[in-house]
Design a protein around this ligand. Structure first.
Ligand code: ADP
Length: 397
């Protein structure tokens, strides 16, 4: 019997995530990840029928292309290739041009490539993934789902920078945000828990992964978010610096740093990695903290303090809060990170439910705190961007 699956592709700069999603049930029939592209340890792994397989990617050649061809071979071998109705691609930056999901044609891919100036680490790789998929599946409709789309509802007071108007008029320099698909998904899931229509819920969504961002979702719409023109702004992340005084850039350039060195340092060598000096991975930071490593402890403190500060400031954006939702690899799994943030939130009356916090990990949702003062709760909800992408594709077909 043939099914109607959607192949979801998330093509990053050094990785390629894929999943075959059943848009009805939300189940992933196969899911996998090619990672460490360009490095000797490049590999591709996938999970099918409960079994995990991992293969090395040979050195040399184009690893994106290798991974794509391997995925197609895999899907052919398990008889899935004939059962797709669409391919959905995650794209990071949609600028002001894309306010929602669109069907891809040559013009759309060209615009995504042009918008690479807004997401230098991501859009080119996203577009390359789309081109590869269009070649392999020429007869399948392909859709682009933008990380920025959900944030297009932000009011001007939230997205305008306080710079002369021509900077916006001429170059469209403004806050766009990212991770929109994840913030959208978990805010809708939280509305189900609150048992209210999403349009009546005020939620602060906290997505903490390698990239991290926080969004104020008022009456179901994004009204402010921590990422900016590019995904570099806001929280301290795995390797990204997040907010800093813009003068730091000019200062370093006056010291002789060139543009490339500033860019690489702030995007790839900062955040948890920069402060700890050892790792961008929160699990590594937590282990080092346990062992008494002071630099790792400082990285942890900068990370959690900034999360709490953003939540505090978004109470202003939201007004009457219903829920805070933690998601992303760190938000879904790390007890110490959530505990540290909830400690700061005591000032808003939040009391941690320790058992709830311990239970809501490794794929489990749950309530982890409540504030009588605000009449609000804190939840953990695993994100599922692939499901939103698959459903968007099917809705548009
Ligand atoms: P991406 O932004 O690449 O999608 P993820 O959402 O997968 O990233 O999150 C990756 C982060 O989640 C890493 O910092 C990783 O250490 C962290 N993480 C995953 N599992 C745990 C865990 N059990 N405890 C703490 N951190 C975790």
């Amino acid at each position: 019997m043939s099914n109607s699956y959607v192949l979801v592709i998330n093509s990053g700069s050094s990785s390629l995530k894929f999943a075959v999603i059943d848009p009805e049930s939300g189940d992933a029939v196969v899911s996998g990840l090619g990672e460490c592209f360009g490095l000797p340890e490049a590999n591709i792994s996938w999970k099918y029928q409960g079994e995990k397989t991992k293969e090395e990617i040979p050195a040399g050649g184009d690893h994106h292309q290798y991974a794509f061809e391997r995925i197609v071979k895999l899907l052919d071998s398990i008889g899935l290739s004939e059962q797709f109705v669409a391919v959905g691609h995650r794209v990071v930056a949609g600028g002001e041009a894309f306010k929602g999901t669109v069907r891809v044609d040559e013009e759309v891919v060209a615009e995504i490539e042009r918008l690479a100036e807004l997401a230098p680490l991501h859009n080119k790789a996203n577009a390359a993934g789309i081109r590869a998929a269009m070649e392999v599946f020429p007869s399948l409709p392909q859709f682009a789902i933008f990380d920025t789309a959900f944030h297009q509802t932000m009011p001007a007071k939230a997205y305008m920078y306080a710079v002369p108007h021509e900077v916006y008029d001429e170059y469209k320099v403004r806050r766009y945000g990212a991770h929109g698909t994840s913030h959208y998904f978990v805010s809708r899931e939280a509305a189900k828990v609150l048992d209210k229509p999403a349009t009546e819920c005020n939620i602060i969504t906290v997505h903490l992964g390698n990239g991290a961002s926080i969004t104020a979702v008022k009456n179901g719409e994004s009204v402010d978010t921590s990422m900016g023109l590019t995904p570099l702004a806001g929280l301290a992340m795995g390797t990204r610096c997040g907010d800093l005084d813009p003068s730091v850039i000019e200062f370093l350039m006056r010291k002789g740093w060139d543009q490339e060195k500033v860019f690489t340092t702030l995007n790839k060598k900062s955040g948890l990695l920069g402060i700890s000096g050892t790792t961008s991975d929160m699990r590594g930071i937590l282990e080092a903290c346990e062992a008494g490593d002071e630099a790792a402890q400082l990285a942890f403190d900068v990370f959690t303090y900034r999360v709490a500060k953003y939540i505090g400031s978004y109470l202003v954006s939201i007004g009457d809060l219903d829920a805070i939702v933690f998601t992303g690899g760190i938000g879904e799994n790390s007890l110490p990170v959530r505990h540290a943030v909830l400690e700061y939130l005591k000032v808003f009356g939040f009391v941690e439910d320790q058992k709830g916090n311990e239970d809501a990990r490794f794929g489990a949702s749950g309530q982890i705190a409540a504030s009588e003062m605000l009449g609000a709760i804190a939840l953990v909800i695993p994100t599922n961007e692939e499901l939103v992408i698959a459903q968007d594709c099917v809705n548009l077909l």
